[in-house]
Design a protein around this ligand. Structure first.
Ligand SMILES: Cc1cc2nc3c(=O)[nH]c(=O)nc-3n(C[C@H](O)[C@H](O)[C@H](O)COP(=O)(O)O)c2cc1C
Length: 144
């Protein structure tokens, strides 16, 4: 199964989570920045994982642009899962659900519920255990 993790990141925390998910998915998985990846390259049956930090209650602008460029039906037959990174605030907004909605609008099939990982402050670091949790999530997606 082809598996690709696509991410955007300002300070590197989301990249660390994307790489951990990639390790969990297995040695064939690719981990790429959104700006350099066209989903037109994906074969039906592939798994696409997409992640972003929450910035102002939304995905990072670059990832939002990437999602907006997905054509209707462009992800038909592709299994997808979304994640975000965020700080532990009472009101934090959401990016993972917005990503998931955009992927489904492009025709993708949901492989897992959207999920999230915590950073201690805007620039990080990640909370203890989040990298390990991401690797386990990747392995579950590969198995699923
Ligand atoms: C301008 C700005 C706005 C942010 N807005 C939110 C927010 O609305 N909700 C939230 O939980 N975290 C927010 N954060 C924290 C980010 O989610 C955090 O910086 C991010 O997870 C770090 O990921 P990165 O290292 O991949 O850039 C914000 C951070 C910045 C710099």
């Amino acid at each position: 199964m082809e598996a690709v993790v696509v991410y955007a990141s300002q300070y590197g925390n989301t990249r660390l989570i994307a790489e951990a998910i990639g390790r969990g998915l297995g040695p064939e998985a690719r981990v790429v920045e959104a700006a350099g990846f066209s989903p037109a390259q994906l074969a039906p049956g592939s798994l696409l994982v997409v992640g972003s930090p929450i910035v102002g209650w939304k995905p990072l602008e670059g990832l939002g642009v990437w999602l907006d460029a997905l054509g209707p039906g462009s992800l038909a037959g592709v299994r997808t899962a979304a994640f975000d990174t965020r700080v532990k605030l009472f009101i934090h907004g959401d990016a993972a659900k917005k990503i998931e909605r955009a992927l489904e609008t492009a025709g993708a099939e949901r492989a897992a519920e959207p999920t999230w990982y915590y950073v201690k402050g805007s620039e990080g670091p990640l909370l203890d255990g989040e990298v390990e949790r991401a690797e386990v999530w990747g392995a579950a997606l590969a198995a699923g």
